[in-house]
Design a protein. Structure first.
Length: 370
């Protein structure tokens, strides 16, 4: 019988920072561990869980043909898509943790990917519930930060001035800005990963280093990474043995969210002001789809787009990802024999109109032969 607590790694960070890429790398590259995964993503179709299932199903791609091992036919990936995980801890997260506790003899590690809009503190506090604390501990909270976005000043002085204006206007209700949200994610971090370091110039890297140093104490280590991390078993393994026991000190963390509650201010979570639209098509022309999506990214207030495309004549599923105006695509796995070949995209932004998005992307669809 396993006597030690099951370590859990919580991966948080803003939309498009690289959380799913990190988890997928762990599932492919870390050998000999039975890993359970909890995924919480914004949108009616949980694209991230499908990406991670592909890694679990194709674990032979890891070193020596042994990637992270799926637990059993009951599934090792749990999808929480009924609300932001920090807002549904008791209704959504705790029941899943209780299931994992029941299966604790079959689990070596738990990976938790939060929504990009989630606060880590309420989630980690749940590890102090007696039925969870007895068997599980938070090995580390890893906050992933998009390096180029920080270098561009997306969460710098302009946002602070807007927030100052909001606080000065008594007629406005409070809602946390994205800067406050990132502050709260960083305030809980045991480790900060700055992603896409290869896209930063020397001056941009120095600017990011200065900003991160202002956000987190010197005791919190910051690593600058790029896509090669997902293919480096040694570095990925090192991320899973930090031993921070984050739940023990989580109540001492002061953040914007708690201060707003203490002041009695009315607030809504930032994700209440985001739209999530799921677009479903049949098989599509890859170049046409990406060209049309690129045009939408420029014309609309779209923060994130992620999904899969079925390409005529191609046996593999193509992953489409976009952050801001950056658009990437790659083939991730073979279509299963009984799996419908269709295209699904989740688009996240503000003031989105489903009909306009569907009409723009439908032009990339290719007729299915009779």
């Amino acid at each position: 019988m396993k006597l030690d607590k099951i370590p859990a790694t919580v991966v948080t960070g803003f939309l498009g920072s690289g959380k799913t890429t990190l988890l997928a790398g762990i599932l492919r590259q870390v050998t000999g561990k039975r890993i359970a995964v909890i995924v919480n993503e914004f949108g009616e179709q949980d694209i991230d869980s499908s990406l991670l299932r592909g890694c679990a199903l194709n674990c032979e791609d890891g070193p020596d043909g042994q990637g992270a091992q799926a637990l059993d036919d009951d599934g090792s990936i749990f999808e929480l898509a009924n609300g932001c995980i920090c807002c549904t801890v008791e209704e959504e997260f705790l029941p899943v943790m209780k299931k994992l506790v029941e299966r604790r003899d079959d689990i070596d590690h738990i990976l938790i990917e939060t929504s990009g809009l989630a606060l880590p503190k309420p989630l980690v506090q749940a590890f102090n519930w007696p039925e969870v604390r007895r068997h599980c501990t938070v090995d580390a909270i890893i906050t992933v930060v998009d390096g180029p976005a920080v270098a561009a000043g997306r969460y710098a002085s302009d946002v602070e001035r807007v927030e100052a204006q909001r606080r000065a206007d008594d007629s406005l209700d409070h809602d946390p800005s994205l800067r406050e949200l990132l502050d709260d994610q960083l305030s809980a971090a045991d480790l900060v990963l700055v992603s896409k370091n290869d896209l930063l110039s020397a001056d941009e890297r120095a600017r990011v280093e200065a900003l991160v140093a202002d956000w987190v104490p010197a005791s919190v280590k910051t690593l600058y990474t790029d896509a090669s991390l997902a293919d480096d078993p040694a570095r990925l393994e090192a991320l899973m043995g930090i031993g921070a026991a984050s739940e023990e000190g989580i109540d001492r963390i002061d953040n914007h969210h708690d201060r707003h509650h203490a002041e009695g201010a009315h607030h809504d979570h930032a994700h209440d002001y985001f739209d999530g639209v799921t677009i479903r098509l049949g098989e599509v022309d890859a170049e046409a789809l990406e060209a049309r999506l690129a045009a939408l990214l420029k014309a609309h207030e779209i923060y994130r787009a992620k999904g899969f495309a079925a390409i005529p004549g191609k046996p593999m599923r193509r992953v489409i990802q976009a952050v801001g105006e950056r658009l990437d695509g790659y083939f991730d796995r073979l279509w299963a024999q009984d799996e419908p070949r269709r295209t699904e995209l989740v688009i996240i932004g503000r003031h989105l109109h489903r009909e306009a998005l569907e009409a723009a992307l439908a032009g990339a669809e290719r007729a299915t032969p009779a």
